[in-house]
Design a protein around this ligand. Structure first.
Ligand code: V47
Length: 360
């Protein structure tokens, strides 16, 4: 019989937990016990250290051919509010970020119906021209698949061209929920979960690191979350290319899914999800609390529930804020350091590839 004690014994012995055990943890009403177990796993790996980075997000366009039901960000080209940055606007943002000490530019955007492949290469080159030291983490697996069609190249060929132009690693977006029954309701036009994973396998095969996300707190079940993490753990066993797992808390405003009276996850659900992820994903080095979607207070408390990474300064965030996120657009380096210190932990500034830059 599965009990909290039997799971705890396994985890303390360094053994991997099963899907059934992960489900048991999700269904447990003992949030504190689950959190303590996750905190113990994290303490063993990372001690008191909590990572953050100084970064800037650039969402170059919100024009998108995929009309995902959870998304408040996308527009069709003729809708009010549709936008596309030109290379000058990209350069200005990268220049500003570099002046503010950013080490990373995080670029993702909609699947624009008629930009040439060259635009994407130019975007990367533009950032690298601002400073070759800026790491460009860009394009989800969904965008990579789209770009490969656009370029008429294989995924490997597309990645090689993007790398040549300055691509440094990939963010983890577009994963949503892999289970087909849910995915078909969330984003029927998006590539399948299997394809997302296959593209990431090629990304890792090309020697690039990536992140992995899971959009939670909408129509998915606990079993769907376990299935999602199962597929990630399995791929990670084969490639080791994922740097961090990032559960993204669903924001409910201005999107059809929210209008179905889906309120998004509460604090208890968010903390439990991060904790179960820390316990289950034994081959992931880092678990990130993305403060933009979680809220600052929940993100801070998450540091006692297995989390060792808070993302970064962000600066300009549209995807969560268009969907009603109540957090600020940005946090200064000092704000993040204070937030971590006030949780009794040690702030460590990292670069995108998790090299330590400075201990505060
Ligand atoms: O794929 C869209 C999500 C993702 C909503 O890799 C929403 O370091 C909540 O992936 N409520 C993009 N989430 C953002 C993302 C990300 C963010 C920060 C760091 C990293 C990283 C990756 O945002 C999308 C989608 O899953 N999203 N709409 C919404 N209403």
């Amino acid at each position: 019989m599965i009990t909290l004690a039997s799971i705890s014994e396994k985890v303390h012995a360094g053994e991997r937990i099963t899907d059934e055990e992960a489900l048991f943890l999700f269904e447990s009403r003992d949030l504190i016990a689950v959190g303590e177990l996750a905190a113990a796993v994290n303490r063993r790996r990372n001690g008191d250290r909590v990572f953050f980075n100084v970064n800037r997000h650039i969402n170059h366009t919100n024009i998108c051919v995929n009309r995902c039901s959870f998304c408040a960000f996308y527009r069709t080209a003729d809708q009010p509010g549709a936008y596309l940055y030109d290379l000058e606007e990209i350069r200005n943002r990268a220049t500003e970020a570099h002046a503010q000490g950013a080490t990373e530019i995080h670029i993702v955007g909609g699947l624009h119906p008629d930009l040439p492949f060259d635009f994407y290469l130019e975007m990367l080159r533009t950032v690298k021209e601002v400073s070759p030291d800026l790491h460009v983490k860009a394009f989800t697996a969904v965008e990579i698949e789209y770009l490969s069609k656009l370029a008429g190249l294989s995924v490997a060929g597309t990645l090689a061209a993007l790398q040549e132009a300055g691509l440094g690693s990939l963010p983890g977006g577009g994963a949503e929920i892999f289970a087909p029954a849910v995915r078909n309701r969330l984003c029927p036009e998006k590539i399948s979960g299997e394809r997302w994973l296959a593209v990431m396998e090629e990304v890792h095969g090309a020697g690039l690191k990536s992140n992995a996300t899971m959009l939670f707190g909408h129509i998915e079940s606990h079993a769907d979350r376990v299935d999602h993490m199962h597929r990630l753990r399995e791929l990670q066993d084969r490639t080791g290319g994922f740097q961090v797992f990032i559960p993204l808390a669903f924001q409910k405003e201005n999107n059809p899914l929210g209008h179905l009276k889906r309120p998004g996850p509460g604090g208890v659900d968010a903390l439990k999800t991060l904790a179960v992820a820390r316990i289950y994903l034994d081959n992931f080095a880092n678990i990130k609390a993305y403060w933009v979607m979680l809220g600052l207070k929940t993100a801070q408390v998450a540091l006692s529930f297995g989390v060792n990474d808070l993302d970064g300064t962000v600066v300009e965030e549209k995807i969560g804020h268009d969907a009603g996120a109540a957090t600020p657009q940005t946090m200064g380096r000092d704000d993040i350091v204070a937030l971590i210190r006030k949780a009794g932990r040690v702030p460590v500034e990292r670069d995108t590839l998790y090299n330590e830059l400075r201990v505060y």
